[in-house]
Design a binder for this molecule. Structure first.
Ligand SMILES: NC(=O)c1ccc[n+]([C@@H]2O[C@H](COP(=O)([O-])OP(=O)(O)OC[C@H]3O[C@@H](n4cnc5c(N)ncnc54)[C@H](O)[C@@H]3O)[C@@H](O)[C@H]2O)c1
Length: 324
């Protein structure tokens, strides 16, 4: 599908990924952002006053409101979610409701409005705690009941099943994306890179939770946006699930702290703190399916992405200092 002159609804479009996707799509399309503004990365941009952007403050739990915003749209990109370990563990009930019922409402609205493509943002957490070169057809994990962290993965996994059921039963053209640790400028949720970079620039201690040997593959935001756009453009993506990430960005959390400290030329100390939650020990994707079917190629390596991120946070802090 040619992504031009389309009306595209982004639930959660004010978040980190939604804002960057809007930037990529806005010149040739009309973007409707439907977001509760629980988080807001739009504030770092001029997008709200862009003639091709309509911002609707709304909650995906409000089915009628979401349907109204979806009418007349060609494409829905469903990003609205409660995300981030700390946030999820603080509100596990809301996580289940927003991530599962919100997806149900978005799917119903998409069918009723007759949209041509529905892109569902899931998560790599559906693979569980030990994920080495995970492929899309590998079994997903269910998590231990009562451990709040898993409400996120389980709600997202149920939402994936729901999304693909709508494809099979109602013919909705769906694609699911499983992002693997996305980072970059204008990230509004808390994450290891966000926190390390802010602390390193300000000379604060970089605190590693646990012994720092957790392994992650970090994907720069522009590469994530490339993957999402390919899922819109390529008709062969319909009915499929894709890992989108960058296996070349693999590092332990301790090494990440040292790398950020070096690249930011920071005097911060690296210290080890207590970890009071269940963690993912190892998470590296296989992106072969996205490479072969979509031509997806992540381009920004970790050092380059970190330098760009450090630069942006530095400018932010300088601006804040100028205003005080
Ligand atoms: N960033 C990552 O590394 C990553 C990794 C895996 C999965 N994901 C998924 O990708 C999607 C986007 O992630 P992100 O990093 O941009 O997250 P984000 O938190 O920055 O964005 C999510 C947006 O959803 C909105 N939202 C929350 N509850 C809502 C509700 N009830 N109604 C309407 N809007 C609501 C928030 O205000 C926010 O703007 C999410 O679905 C997330 O689960 C992200």
């Amino acid at each position: 599908m040619n992504i031009e002159a389309k009306r595209i609804l982004l639930t959660g479009g004010a978040g980190f990924i939604g804002t960057q996707l809007t930037k990529r799509l806005v010149e040739k399309n009309h973007i409707v952002i439907f977001d509760s503004l629980h988080r807001n990365a739009l504030r770092y941009t001029d997008l709200q006053s862009h003639p091709n952007v309509t911002l609707v403050k709304g909650d995906v739990l409000d089915k009628a409101g979401l349907l109204e915003a979806t009418r007349g749209c060609d494409i829905v990109i469903h990003l609205a979610a409660i995300a981030g370990v700390d946030t999820v563990m603080g509100m596990p009930t809301q996580t289940m409701k927003v991530n599962l019922l919100g997806t149900l409402h978005a799917l119903d609205a998409a069918v009723e409005a007759g949209v041509k493509r529905f892109v569902d943002f899931s998560t790599s957490e559906v693979f569980g705690s030990h994920v080495y070169m995970a492929e899309e057809h590998n079994a997903t994990a269910l998590g231990v009941v009562g451990e709040s962290r898993w409400t996120y993965a389980v709600s997202k996994l149920a939402a994936e099943h729901l999304t693909h059921s709508y494809h099979k039963e109602y013919g909705l053209a769906v694609v699911t994306i499983r992002p693997f640790n996305v980072y970059g400028p204008q990230q509004v949720g808390i994450g290891a890179i966000h926190t390390f970079v802010e602390d390193a620039i300000q000379g604060k201690d970089l605190v590693i939770h646990g012994d720092g040997n957790q392994i992650r593959a970090w994907c720069y935001i522009d590469d994530m946006v490339d993957g999402a756009v390919l899922c819109l453009e390529k008709d062969e993506a319909v009915g499929h699930v894709f890992n989108i990430g960058n296996p070349r960005g693999t590092v332990t959390v301790a090494n990440l702290a040292h790398l950020v400290k070096r690249l930011a030329e920071s005097d911060s100390k690296i210290i080890y703190g207590y970890k009071d939650y269940v963690d993912i020990e190892l998470r590296i994707p296989s992106i072969k399916k996205a490479q072969n079917m979509l031509g997806y190629r992540p381009k920004v390596d970790l050092e380059e992405g970190l330098l760009r991120t450090i630069q942006w946070y530095r400018e932010q802090l300088d601006d804040q200092a100028d205003q005080t």
